[in-house]
Ligand binder design. Sequence first.
Ligand code: SF4
Length: 508
Amino acid sequence: MQHVILQGPDFAQWRAQARRLLESQTPPDQVIWSNGDVLFESPPEPASDPNRIPVATVPPAFLAMAQRVAFHRDLEKWPLLYRALWRLTHGEPHLLQVMIDDDVAQLAAMDKAVSRDVHKMHAFVRFRKLQDGATGDDHYVAWHRPDHPIVRHVAGFFRERFGVQRWTILTPDESVSWDRQSLTFGPGVPHRLAPQPDEVEGMWKTYYASIFNPARVKVRAMKKEMPVRHWATLPEAELIDDLLRQAPSRVEEMVRKAKATNAAREQASLLPGMTERAGTKRAATASTAAADSAACANTGTAKPFIPQTLKLPVLAKAAQACKGCDLYCNATQAVFGEGPAEAQIVMVGEQPGDSEDIQGRPFVGPAGQLLDDVMERVGLPRDLVYVTNAVKHFKFEPRGKRRIHAKPSAREVAACRPWLEAELGLIKPKMLVCLGATAAQSLLGRDFRITQSRGQVMKSPWADWTVATLHPSALLRIPDPDLRARNMADFERDLRSVAEQLKRLQRA
Ligand code: SF4
């Protein structure tokens, strides 16, 4: 009987020992495989011998699977792998195709378990930002509890994805650090030593809460996709109980709003001013009927829907009936601008998001939260600002249960522009802030480039003091923390200059 001792989930060690055993024609039932904490010693691997009998080759699929199975926690993997190797090289070259074979089935189950664990680790590692005491550099640290000791398996993935950051991933089995040049592996770390929450988590939680759609939640599927054992390290998991508890009332509220919106649409379509602008009342009614019977008929511009009475509340109500482009078809409601009619500052974003579409108000989702936070930091009171969007209906692509933001086309932006012009014409702001490229191009021309002209103060037909900066939702979507921090600083600097200009105006 031969004793073979392996240290850790090391495929290379197993392969070296398996080759040696095969060369000496040692059958699987003559080998005891152990991990490193037993009393026996493995026989040393013989020095390379040029006359060694070459080991028979095995299918590449077996090697690939063996490399993954080597990361399984169950030490049964070693004898199982050697038994499969023995059989593959002793008259059963097609063994892996016999899925009902016990050894093959067991290997496939281990392979699947490791692959699933790797996938979850890719998805559920949440870094927290710390500062290196010696250098002051940012250091991102995460604690994660995989089912299997897969740290060395996933390290390359994180190095590729976050190569420009310094990071460390701690697990109970092993830790790995990346210093922008090399990976270093260390011992495991218990959860109680994991780093504390940082400010990035607040933003992430706000975003998660906003994309959590109570009408589409399926608790079992959610727990399967986001296993409960990972909740301890997922900041968003803290929200789940509350979000689930609030789900029934939020669904009721959504239904109530949808009904109210439909009623408002029907009522607004009968406004005299609108029917006159669209032609005769009969023509408008006929066109409405045609639009309803067609999948999504639109007039190509919002102009016919602009009421004669130019007041913000009247505009807001009339926008609910707009069919200037196809976006009215799938959105819940038009989201009109909000703020004081005599505001000195107007901020224009791109379009409402998922939360705005449900609540019917601009900038109430995660982007709005970020905007609020920055405005507060720079001393720009939101209640002095009128906020609106270049496009009034939410454009999205359904992805599973989620509605993912989709950029409005130039045609949709142009179709919606009469609403924005009407708002600006009524408010006559002293300062105009375009948030993002869509708003800037809608008002300042298609050639305007945020990357070139961000933060530059200019005069426009809408306000003597006009500036374009980044859109807060674009900031939230930047995955690279360093890049996000740099853009965040630019955004804050731009809003600070708006706040300073406002103070100058108020002093004048
Ligand atoms: S996006 Fe604008 S133009 Fe298109 S339907 Fe909505 S309000 Fe009308």
